[in-house]
Design a protein around this ligand. Structure first.
Ligand code: KPL
Length: 309
């Protein structure tokens, strides 16, 4: 399968690297982390897993025009706020038989993609994998968890066959992946998880695992989960409070060594996705008439304390 990864930061490079290692034809694209692209071009992509290092040979580009010919699968991993620019840049790679998969945090990216592509070609996914960019060309696979994929709008049996193929390719690459007919629910569940983990790990500059170990932080995390649950329930997430707390705890444990993506943004003085995570929950809460003071507060804190929010 010819696969282009648009937004090859930590997570995009992890997926692209694993897919390339399993024999797929992969291109990593990143137009902002030029040193990362240069390092991969010079020395390959180094994947650090449990103390061991492995180098994967995979083409990396900072100009999308270096990727020739139509692509079977375009994986979108850019930050939520860069979605529009990413699809505009990558559009020349998309043919009528291509699939575009958003594996981003946050909600609303589907609508942006659907302005440029037929809905039938768009897939949405969520992942509990954790990856950290250690330095240019080196990523740490810092936590494992399931990846779930589904389509925005079913187009008949060929659609099922195609998504099945993608799921298989991901699993063959060592990425535990499932097809989910109700992907929308999983996107909102992931939003709940990110809302609980990302701003607190960022504000306190801690790895995901610490959130559950520190009693005071654990209590705040639980309050965020309780407050967010009625908002995501309106989008099909039908978990009890206990189940939701367990999900968050499970992800913190599985990615205990990971720096959340928001904290990695903070360390690189990059804009964060706070408006697309807790900010999105606060806006949706307002629309639904559900009070979300904690989400609002966390959004304001991240906005105020970090450069460019
Ligand atoms: O999605 C993540 C993120 O950091 O954005 C988790 C799953 C919390 C892993 O760190």
């Amino acid at each position: 399968m010819r696969i282009a990864i648009i937004g090859s930061g930590a997570l995009g490079s992890l997926f692209g690297g694993l897919l390339a290692r399993s024999g797929q034809q992969v291109w990593l694209y990143n137009c902002s982390l030029v040193e990362h692209v240069d390092a991969i071009r010079a020395r390959g992509l180094t994947l650090q897993v449990e103390g061991a290092r492995q180098t994967i040979s995979v083409p990396a580009v900072s100009d999308v025009r270096e990727i020739r010919g139509a692509i079977d699968l375009l994986g979108i991993f850019v930050k939520a706020y860069d979605t529009e620019q990413a699809i505009q840049d990558a559009l020349p790679l998309v043919g009528s038989g291509s699939w575009v998969l958003s594996l981003q945090n946050g909600v609303g990216q589907e609508e942006i993609l659907a302005r440029y592509l037929p809905k039938g070609q768009i897939l949405r996914g969520v992942t509990a994998q954790g990856a950290t960019l250690v330095e240019a060309g080196i990523i740490h696979w810092a936590g494992r968890g399931p990846t779930r994929l589904g389509y925005l709008s079913p187009m008949g049996s060929s659609t099922h066959q195609k998504i099945g193929e993608i799921v298989e390719v991901f699993n063959q690459a060592g990425i535990e992946t499932y097809y989910e007919p109700e992907i929308h629910h999983w996107v909102w569940e992931k939003l709940l998880i990110n809302a609980a983990i990302n701003p607190l790990t960022t504000l306190f500059d801690i790895r995901n695992g610490i959130l559950m170990e520190d009693p005071a932080l654990r209590a705040i995390t639980e309050d965020v989960v309780r407050e967010t649950l009625p908002v995501v329930a309106a989008h099909g997430v039908l978990l009890s409070t206990e189940e939701a707390l367990q999900r968050v705890e499970g992800i913190c444990q599985a990615t205990a060594q990971n720096l959340s993506s928001m904290l990695q943004d903070r360390h690189r003085s990059k804009r964060t996705e706070i408006e697309y995570i807790n900010g999105a929950i606060a806006r949706e809460g307002q629309r639904l008439g559900v009070p979300t003071p904690l989400n609002r507060f966390l959004t304001q804190l991240v906005r105020k304390t970090l450069p460019g929010g």
